[in-house]
Ligand binder design. Structure first.
Ligand SMILES: Nc1nc2c(c(=O)[nH]1)N[C@H]1C(S)=C(S)[C@@H](COP(=O)(O)OP(=O)(O)OC[C@H]3O[C@@H](n4cnc5c(=O)[nH]c(N)nc54)[C@H](O)[C@@H]3O)O[C@H]1N2
Ligand SMILES: Nc1nc2c(c(=O)[nH]1)N[C@H]1C(S)=C(S)[C@@H](COP(=O)(O)OP(=O)(O)OC[C@H]3O[C@@H](n4cnc5c(=O)[nH]c(N)nc54)[C@H](O)[C@@H]3O)O[C@H]1N2
Ligand code: SF4
Ligand SMILES: [Mo]
Length: 678
């Protein structure tokens, strides 16, 4: 039996475990007892992370569409077709008529290579990934406030916090090993405020559970800041020494009396006052947030408020405090760090900066690199629907189920002249492709993932990929070769990381020989640097921290007579996003077999709906039939549907309204109606 130390392929917590294999087949996992995050534990997905790897549905050969059908093809033919067709689209419609979607499931090295392929070999900045649907509001909002969009602190800080505000994060289900730390801290007496109207597990252990209306966080946070300033509870010294623009913030929140916020949020004014006093009264205080904050048409404003609340109370640049956006996918932090984003190279170095373009062009051996920022993923889908984008290369994403407004996504993808998908399974998106390339999964390749606390960790090959499947990095390099670009010949991922380190200041000291056993946290500028657990210690990355005032804007859609319910969407403990991996893991699939909607008992009674019966849920964009789950988890008037299930796709209903600054979709609020399925 062989044990291979590697990183969990599911969430950004970044637990490490040993893959146990016997005769070339995985038979289980063993947690790493010394790992600083997982400390010998795993959640149910980690324990089952080997289960999908040998599934018979794995893609084993390239596929090409012939006579309407996807049929097996040779690698040579498939690679040549992908490059020829994408280049043809570019010849006919311009370099920016193609889009590269990168993958937060793939390694850092693969994300770096895909953005290099897009920029150096195809001459476009049209490269992005699911961070757009997830924490693009964070990257924008915290970048503006602090100069860095990453978690300011470390997971360990949970153990040192005096108070934790969990806002819009279902931590025990979505980042379970961080959630269990928060639970343990609360049991030890750490104060806990939960701001989320679902009755998530953490709320049962909270000093205060705020069940405010979806989409009303700007009002809630503004009022908390108003109370803090009005009562003189702010950290004057911190504000004076470390920040700028405070008077503007104070002026913007001044009108947000608790009474006014109560009217918008549906909370009692007294609860808002209590939250403000509690938050300002305990130090250090840590803010933990996730999609409940970011996935709104005002997602960036929500992030700005979180940043402002932390600065107002001096809760940055110290252990146990900070603004901590929990990054979702195993390597979404890395996907962003590697520059799989339309406006930056690796390390958030702007493509618009001529000096930086010159640096990358010289290193990559090309005369020039494209200057204007490319399309965000969501805007690219809109462009495809409007027929201005014509070709797409999708590595490790499943937009048919994960993008907002499924009919729109389908229309966009079907409109393309050419679509290539590189995945480990034949997803709903791959089924629409002209060419499908079979990729190796995490257990079959080497590389690194960067977890939510900026920890760069080694992923190691435990078994061979199935059939002819190849590692993403190998496929991307072969595509570069096919495109006539000679700048992507590497002996292996370690050398790709060396190139990343040479071009990326925050990863300057990252090298494979330094990552054993449990990685390094960036910024790690040089080989002697031990890594950085807490950001912004003496000063913010940008210099002074910046308060940015915001004006409350309601969600794009509000309930009305025809669509009287608010639908919010998200996840369950057992499944992962579009279900490609977890629905092929027997134990996980058994726990949660099909689509459902959470519905409050009061609403169920009024509608005459019983627990478990099929119901129809419809929005202005679509209709699905799912099972009713009658539960106090949700408040009356709000429905919750996870987006894992193709047969009851939440995204058939969601609203493709985008935040103007981050282009994130409003996954967390739309208007729907519900009734018994006839
Ligand atoms: N099991 C599992 N774990 C996962 C994932 C998965 O698919 N399955 N996905 C991973 C990824 S990529 C991500 S991004 C994370 C997401 O992790 P989370 O953000 O924790 O998960 P969600 O279920 O999307 O939403 C979290 C909470 O936001 C609340 N919410 C909704 N609207 C609002 C609002 O307007 N304000 C506030 N304050 N709260 C609101 C919901 O009630 C919900 O409890 O999870 C990661 N972990
Ligand atoms: N309604 C609603 N929709 C949402 C959200 C929501 O809260 N509500 N959340 C959004 C968020 S936060 C996110 S992050 C997105 C996620 O959206 P996606 O990224 O589209 O979802 P996944 O199912 O994780 O897709 C990952 C794909 O990568 C494949 N894969 C796994 N490993 C590898 C590999 O090593 N190589 C390759 N090439 N492929 C691999 C998997 O089979 C899968 O098809 O969904 C978004 N959509
Ligand atoms: S908490 Fe996240 S990283 Fe850890 S085992 Fe569970 S899914 Fe994997
Ligand atoms: Mo995400």
């Amino acid at each position: 039996m062989k044990r291979t130390l590697t990183v969990c392929p599911y969430c950004g917590t970044g637990c490490m475990f040993y893959l146990v294999s016997d005769g070339g087949r995985l038979i289980g996992v063993e947690p790493s007892s010394t790992h600083p995050v997982s400390r010998g534990s795993l959640c149910v997905k980690g324990w089952n992370a080997f289960a999908f790897v040998h599934h018979p549905d794995r893609l084993t050969t390239p596929l090409m569409r012939r006579g309407g059908e996807l049929v097996p093809a040779s690698w040579d033919e498939a690679l040549a077709t992908v490059v020829e067709r994408l280049k043809e689209v570019q010849r006919r419609h311009g370099a920016d008529a193609v889009m590269f979607a990168s993958s937060a499931k793939a390694t850092n090295e693969e994300n770096y290579l895909l953005m290099k392929l897009a920029r150096a070999a195809f001459g476009t900045n049209n490269v992005d990934h699911c961070a757009r649907l997830c924490h693009s509001s964070t990257v924008f909002g915290l970048g503006e406030a602090f100069g860095s969009g990453a978690m300011s602190n470390s997971i360990d800080c949970v153990d040192r916090a005096g108070l934790i505000l969990v806002i819009g994060s279902n931590t025990t289900e979505q980042h379970p090993l961080i959630g269990s730390r928060i639970l343990a801290a609360a049991r030890r007496g750490t104060r806990l405020i939960v701001a989320d109207n679902r009755r998530i597990r953490l709320s049962r252990h909270a000093d205060l559970h705020l069940r405010h209306k979806n989409g009303s966080d700007v009002a809630l946070l503004s009022a908390m800041m108003q109370v803090i300033i009005a009562e003189g509870l702010e950290d004057r010294a911190f504000i004076e020494q470390r920040t700028e623009n405070f008077p503007e913030l104070a002026a913007a929140v001044a009108p947000w009396t608790p009474e006014r916020a109560a009217a918008v949020t549906g909370l009692e004014a007294a609860d808002i006052v209590a939250a403000a006093r509690l938050f300002a009264g305990v130090k250090p205080a840590m803010i933990v947030y996730s999609m409940g904050i970011t996935q709104h048409s005002h997602g960036v404003d929500n992030v700005r408020c979180c940043a402002a609340l932390a600065m107002l109370t001096g809760n940055l640049g110290r252990p146990g405090a900070g603004v901590n956006p929990l990054r979702g996918q195993n390597n979404v932090q890395g996907g962003c760090d590697m520059g799989a984003l339309p406006d930056v190279f690796s390390g958030y170095q702007r493509v618009a900066d001529p000096a930086l373009r010159g640096k990358f062009a010289a290193a990559w051996g090309v005369a020039e690199l494209p200057e204007s920022p490319g399309l965000p993923l969501t805007r690219a889908m809109d462009a495809a629907a409007a027929e201005s984008l014509k070709g797409m290369f999708v590595m490790g994403e499943n937009p048919m189920l994960s993008d907002p407004d499924q009919a729109h996504a389908r229309h966009a993808l079907e409109n393309l002249e050419f679509l290539a998908v590189q995945d480990i399974f034949l997803t709903e998106t791959a089924a629409l492709a002209d060419v499908v390339l079979p990729a190796a999964c995490y257990a079959e390749k080497d590389g690194t993932f960067t977890n939510t606390e900026r920890r760069v960790q080694r992923v190691r090959k435990a078994v061979e990929p199935p059939g002819e499947a190849r590692a993403d990095w190998e496929i991307i390099c072969a595509l570069a070769e096919q495109a006539g670009y000679p700048g992507m010949r590497y002996p292996g991922p370690a050398e790709v990381m060396d190139e990343i380190a040479s071009l990326t200041p925050s990863y300057g000291g990252i090298a494979y020989d330094r990552l054993d056993p449990h990685g390094l946290q960036w910024p790690c500028p040089d080989r002697s640097h031990p890594g950085t657990p807490v950001l912004h210690l003496e000063r913010f990355t940008r210099g002074p921290g910046r308060f940015v005032p915001v004006a409350y804007r309601p969600s794009a859609e509000s309930p009305d007579a025809e669509f009287p319910f608010v639908l919010t969407t998200g996840r369950t403990y057992f499944h992962w996003h579009t279900g490609t991996m977890t629905r092929r893991s027997h134990l996980l699939d058994r726990e949660e077999a099909t689509a459902f909607v959470e519905l409050n008992p009061q609403d169920a009674a009024a509608l005459g709906v019983r627990d478990g019966e099929p119901v129809s849920v419809a929005s202005r964009r679509g209709q699905i039939t799912v099972r009713a789950r009658v539960t106090e988890m949700v408040v009356p008037g709000v429905l919750f549907i996870p987006f894992h299930f193709a047969e009851g796709a939440a995204n058939a209903l969601t609203n493709n309204a985008l935040d103007p600054e981050s282009s994130i979709p409003e996954f967390k609020v739309c208007a729907v109606k519900i009734g018994r399925a006839s």
